[in-house]
Design a binder for this molecule. Structure first.
Ligand code: GLA
Length: 635
């Protein structure tokens, strides 16, 4: 299916909230969108209260006018279902449909995202508004795609969730006996005698059962997916030609398994909000783009980013001139079919009144709008590159289950799984390597090298997949805690490593967490931080050893083992960036880019984004400081 419908080149635009403005502003919006090169806007994301002011009573007049005006102006519409923000009348009538936090507090409306995907009333109301929108707009000529909901993220520990969780568990395990065995129920008297005894893992006195928590996370992702699919199917039925999506992010805000979700959307859409204002923002943008492309298995769409600021936990930092375009190009070069933003016009009121926009509060005579317009009008010039595949021979394993399972408080030492994945990606990216991500159970056959950072949960199927990949000639690099537990969070006995001790040629015999800030030096390889393991050689060669540290001094730190046609490397500790860089040098992983310089080859084209304050030259292509270029790739 071609998407967004009616847009051949690159999409440019953002979330558009006309309902927050008087009608006379709408004509101005369309004129300014055209001036800026905007061709796609996302309408209606949080508009439920304006679309259905009372239960079953709809007001579509304003939306009719908006869509008609956009259509007349040649602007395509990504029309959202508004279910991420139920209106006050709904939550007051159905308080049981509000989400309950792990500590038992039921949230109330007043912000957004207060919903419980397992509450029957919410499900019904969601279907009703989606069906009403489908009926009215499925054939509207402006409709380019549907945007279901927004950033699925409200985990609920309610009675509704609990009931649905039991049904999900019964379907998964069949018998309580199997559940008790999988959850190691004999520990702390957690043996269940009836399905009704199983609760959602709410706040409890001390540590929770990790298998229980992991299953609840899997269940929550599946429950949200059911909610999405109900709406998708209604929209699809109304017009099978219109593509359907929802927007993902990286991290806790959207706790879903994208490998399971991606096949259910017609395009993967991603909201990219880097969380560091310095050069890490560029590294994070590249990470987000490569994740999205990998989930999609090809083209995807950057659905949101901030136009003028980078947000961090210390507040927002203004993007310097050109940075908005460079971030957009990082995404486009890595497979996004456009650059979309939150938001078109900055709001006067509401919680996000200070969030940046393509059209700032001060209007069109601003530096920001000039920059937005200049960039928007450049994009048609590179439309011919759309659809060319990004070639990658290196994949990083991305395991949502390992992320979820390592977020428990019971591990020997804290593990920041998302950071460990991001670390591998940024070190590769700074060495000029464009990497894909892959699922531990996914097809790895097209990669020469697969890196598995702290892939803590390793199912039997995933372990076999890695064995097959390596035996067939692949180079596998795994880091500490990989394969520590199976899919039920039960420890892999006799050497951990997912039972792959023969593959790695080592046994891990002990975990040696160390105090935060303490480092154990490695010969010629930097130092281990926070975590290392005692490793016994069983055929592997030692690449480097620990130079310091009780128990580990002189013991193997990094090893390599030939296996079949390939080889398996094991890194038994948490390495700092420079040590990974050293290892990747050894593995000869390098590309034409570098820190501050993104170089991505796609088919006949080479994209270069120069984030530095120096002119850059890559082959015959010269890119001014802080700028970007697309040119023919050298033969
Ligand atoms: C998210 C949401 C948007 C907006 C932005 C900016 O990505 O989808 O509605 O709130 O964040 O904060």
């Amino acid at each position: 299916m071609d998407w967004p419908r009616g847009l051949d080149g690159l999409s440019y635009g953002g979330d558009y909230n006309p309902e927050q403005w008087p009608e006379e502003v709408w004509d101005d919006d369309v004129l300014l969108m055209r001036e800026a090169g905007v061709n796609l806007v996302t309408v209606g994301v949080f508009s439920w209260a304006r679309l259905e002011p009372r239960e079953g009573e709809y007001d579509f007049a304003w939306l009719d006018t908006v869509l008609d005006k956009l259509h007349a102006g040649g602007i395509r519409v990504n029309l959202a279902t508004p279910t991420a923000s139920p209106p006050p009348w709904f939550t007051l009538a159905h308080p049981d449909a509000l989400n309950v936090r792990a500590d038992g507090v039921r949230q109330v409306h007043g912000s957004r995202d207060t919903y419980d995907v397992c509450a029957p009333a919410y499900r019904e109301a969601s279907r009703r508004i989606a069906a009403a929108l489908a009926e009215r707009y499925a054939e509207h000529p402006a409709l380019a795609m549907w945007h279901v909901h927004n950033e699925y993220g409200s985990t609920s520990y309610s009675e509704h969730a609990e009931r649905a969780f039991r049904v999900w568990l019964e379907a998964k395990y069949g018998t309580l006996e199997a559940l008790n065995a999988a959850w190691w129920g004999s520990f702390w008297s957690q043996h269940y005698g009836e399905w009704d005894q199983v609760l959602a893992p709410r706040a409890t006195q001390y540590l929770a059962n990790p298998a229980h928590e992991l299953d609840f996370k899997r269940f929550t992702s599946d429950a949200m997916l059911e909610h999405y699919k109900e709406q998708r199917d209604l929209l699809r039925e109304a017009n099978p030609e219109v593509p359907i999506t929802t927007n993902f992010v990286f991290g806790q805000w959207v706790p879903v398994d994208p490998w399971k979700w991606a096949p259910e959307v017609d395009l993967v859409a991603f909201d990219s909000y880097p969380s560091h204002p310095d050069e890490r923002a560029e590294q994070q943008s590249a990470l987000h783009a490569d994740l999205s492309r990998s989930w999609a298995g090809g083209d995807w769409l950057l659905m949101e980013q901030a136009a003028a600021t980078v947000h961090s936990k210390d507040g927002a930092v203004a993007k310097t001139p050109g940075r908005m375009a460079r971030h957009s190009m990082v995404h486009i070069s890595r497979g996004s079919k456009g650059a979309m933003f939150f938001q078109w016009r900055a709001g006067r009121g509401g919680a996000e009144q200070w969030h940046s926009a393509l059209l700032p509060h001060a209007g069109k005579n601003t530096r920001m709008f000039r920059e937005v317009t200049e960039f928007g009008n450049t994009l048609p010039g590179i439309a011919h590159t759309v659809g060319e595949p990004v070639d990658a021979t290196v994949a990083v394993l991305w395991s949502p289950e390992s992320w979820w399972a390592t977020s428990g408080a019971h591990l020997p030492a804290p593990v920041d799984y998302l950071e460990n994945v991001a670390q591998i990606h940024r070190v590769l990216r700074d060495r000029g390597v464009v990497a894909d991500f892959a699922s531990p159970e996914g097809d790895l056959s097209k990669y020469a090298t697969v890196i598995a950072p702290t892939t803590y949960v390793l199912s039997k199927a995933a372990a076999e997949n890695l064995r097959w990949f390596t035996a067939g000639g692949g180079r596998l690099v795994a880091s500490y805690l990989t394969g520590a537990v199976d899919e039920h969070c039960q420890v892999w006995l006799d050497g951990y490593l997912g039972g792959l001790t023969d593959l790695f040629g080592v046994r891990v015999t002990e975990h040696l967490p160390q105090p935060a800030g303490e480092r154990r030096a490695l010969w010629n390889f930097g130092a281990a931080e926070r975590f290392c393991e005692l490793v016994e050689l069983r055929g592997a060669q030692c690449v480097t050893q620990y130079a310091t540290g009780d128990l580990v001094e002189g013991q193997p730190a990094v090893t390599v083992n030939p296996f079949g046609e390939g080889e398996a490397w094991y890194v038994s500790c948490k390495l700092a960036d420079d040590a990974w860089d050293r290892l990747f040098e050894e593995l000869e992983l390098a590309g034409p880019g570098g820190p501050g310089l993104d170089v991505v080859d796609r088919g006949p084209w080479r994209f270069i984004v120069n984030h530095t304050d120096q002119e850059a030259q890559v082959g015959h292509i010269i890119v001014p400081a802080g700028s970007w270029a697309v040119d023919k790739k050298p033969q």
